[in-house]
Design a protein around this ligand. Structure first.
Ligand SMILES: [Zn+2]
Ligand SMILES: [Zn+2]
Length: 154
């Protein structure tokens, strides 16, 4: 399936669920499909929108992202930075998790059955229903040039 097909299918599903798909929501969903497995911040999305000469404020961008999280289209990620990151929810795949390099900000995605089973076990123990599960590892990756090493967190 092409990016356009995937986007169209998602929009169709949303309309069928009775959601209002405004042009802004549609554009933002398209941006995330085009971004592939990148984790975009609100500022990233805003910059892309501006490049496409879209008339949208940063505040509206934030609101649109929050709404798409509520609609279970986007997953909000907290990489312990001042801003959040977002990625598309893949309802067909088990939850994936992230390693965040504190040195170069690279994120590595991983899936691990053991982590997911552990999450399920903990949720059952507490009688709660899982909406999302995010396991984060903050690390320093072995790559990085001398510039990066100077800012390396000890
Ligand atoms: Zn790194
Ligand atoms: Zn991810």
């Amino acid at each position: 399936m092409t990016i356009d097909d995937k986007t169209e299918e998602m929009l169709k599903n949303l309309r069928e669920q009775g959601y209002r798909v405004t042009p802004q929501r549609e554009t933002v969903i398209r941006i995330f499909h085009e971004a592939g497995d990148k984790h975009l911040s609100a500022e990233d999305v805003f910059d892309i929108l501006k490049e496409g000469s879209e008339q949208i404020s940063l505040a509206t961008t934030y609101r649109t992202l929050k709404m798409l999280v509520k609609m279970n289209i986007l997953r909000e990620l907290d990489f312990a930075e001042t801003h959040k990151h977002y990625e598309l929810v893949d309802t067909d795949a088990p939850p994936h998790h992230h390693i965040i390099c504190l040195n170069c900000n690279k994120t590595i995605e991983f899936e691990d059955d053991l982590v997911n089973e552990l999450g399920k076990r903990i949720a059952e123990k507490h009688g709660v229903e899982i909406v999302d599960m995010q396991f984060q590892i903050f690390a320093n990756c072995p790559h990085g040039d001398d510039d990066e090493k100077r800012t390396h967190r000890q």
